[in-house]
Design a protein around this ligand. Structure first.
Ligand SMILES: *Cc1c(COP(=O)(O)O)cnc(C)c1O
Length: 423
């Protein structure tokens, strides 16, 4: 029998400490010091009555097996998921968490669990392409509605979007991606929580505040502590950190996470045992990796800002003193991250010329990996979003997103310097 350690977010340990070993006790795995991989699709029962009791506990939440974690079948849950989810919940300071086969599987579960035909939601611009497709195509085809705010730090704009959504149907989800991909635009999470309370009082049903916390990684922004309901992360990015796997996680109240687990069982989007193990391993170093990446990013961003061919850099450390986004950043975040975008004077042609000259920085989508990655947003990650909506989100034909990795910063700057020669 495998019993994960308790998920008390007040255990006293800091998230960096919890990331190293929390969630697995050697007594669970024949005293192996590190979590074993349980490569099994199904789990055996000592007797038929025992099997019946396990199923009763799983489906009805009653009977003698309640509170134990005897697994049934790996799509419904497995030990690697238990270890990972216990750790993730503790790191996020949440009651519970659920891990999925990708960040989009996690976000899709949220949409499917909490939206019904006729309901509405709001989100910001820019927004991750897959999340945009989820709400504006897939769920919209089932009769849901959406409205977008263009400045997540502007109370009037956010309330305008909420009113627009409520005119179409009950507002169920307030989705905030912050900092937003790829421009690092800020969304004020305290404002979103306040808005949810106000809308709840008005419509008699409080919408859930959902944060996509992928961009800064798990430490520099702590949404659960601000009062958001669901903290979604693409674990593919900083947590996995090596651009070699896909995974997603959601943290929040146990009662909400249970609903997401139900979706996961039905749609078959659980994370597999081997990938869960890889993630447990990667999480041990995510704090030091992000620290180094952020140090590198500051150096690279400062160098780019001062280059005559560069028109603008959206690095969070450059948010102007006295501006609204800066005030939100100071309240909400403890570090500036290592992914940002920049533009050259000119547009697509100039960007492409530079990209084609890079030798060290790899031309690929994704972010948060050990190696630096760069991509031209309009023609890749945000290709499927209409040019008008891209511009609303601040993505121009020249926008390039750079995820700074763990290489030596001087080598990264030298590579960018030689590539900019070609422009
Ligand atoms: C990558 C990403 C996702 C989707 O995650 P996957 O693991 O690729 O499915 C969602 N939101 C943001 C901000 C992302 O960067």
């Amino acid at each position: 029998m495998l019993m994960p350690m308790s998920t008390d977010p007040k255990s006293g340990y800091r998230p960096e400490t919890l990331a190293v070993a929390h969630g697995y006790d050697p007594a669970m795995g024949m005293w192996a010091a590190k979590p074993p991989i349980f490569m099994s699709s199904t789990f055996a029962y000592p007797s038929a009555q025992y099997a019946k009791d396990v199923h009763e506990a799983f489906f009805d939440g009653t009977g003698p097996m309640v509170g134990t974690t005897h697994h049934i079948y790996s799509r419904l849950g497995h030990p690697g998921l238990d270890f990972l989810e216990t750790r993730l919940a503790a790191m996020d300071g949440a009651e519970a968490s659920a891990a999925f086969a990708s960040g989009m599987a996690a976000h899709s579960a949220i949409g499917l669990a909490f939206m019904r035909p006729g309901d509405s939601m709001i989100h910001g611009r820019p927004i991750y392409g897959g999340v945009d497709m989820l709400y504006n195509q897939v769920l919209a085809d089932f009769g849901t509605h959406s409205a977008a705010y263009l400045d997540g730090t502007d109370e009037a704009d956010v309330r305008r979007a909420a009113d627009e959504a409520m005119a179409k149907g009950p507002l169920k989800l307030i989705v905030a991606e912050t900092p937003a991909n790829p421009t690092a635009a800020m969304v004020d999470l305290a404002l979103m929580v306040r808005l949810a309370d106000d809308v709840g009082a008005k419509q008699g049903h409080r919408p859930l505040v959902v944060v996509d916390n992928t961009f800064l990684g798990p430490f520099a922004q702590r949404p659960i502590e601000i009062g958001v309901d669901l903290n979604m992360t693409s674990l593919t990015k900083y947590c996995a950190g090596h651009s070699d796997l896909l995974a997603g996680g959601v943290s929040g109240k146990a009662e909400l996470i249970e609903k997401l687990r139900f979706q996961r069982v039905v749609w078959g989007s659980a994370l597999d045992p081997f990938t869960a193990w890889l993630l447990l391993r990667s999480m041990e170093s995510v704090a030091v990796r992000t620290e180094r990446a952020m140090e590198n990013a500051r150096a690279v961003a400062e160098w780019l800002r001062d280059h005559p061919k560069v028109a603008g850099v959206t690095y969070l450390g450059f948010l102007p003193e006295g501006s609204r986004p800066r005030a939100v950043f100071d309240r909400q975040c403890t570090a500036a991250g290592s992914t940002f975008s920049f533009t050259l004077h000119g547009g697509e042609a100039e960007a492409f010329r530079m990209l084609d000259q890079l030798k060290l920085v790899r031309l690929a989508v994704s972010l948060g990996g050990s190696e630096s990655l760069i991509c031209h947003s309009a023609s890749t990650t945000h290709y499927a979003i209409s040019p008008g909506k891209r511009l609303e989100g601040g993505i121009t034909d020249g926008t390039m997103r750079l995820s700074v990795g763990l290489e030596h910063k001087d080598d990264l700057i030298a590579d960018l310097a030689q590539a900019l020669e070609a422009v």
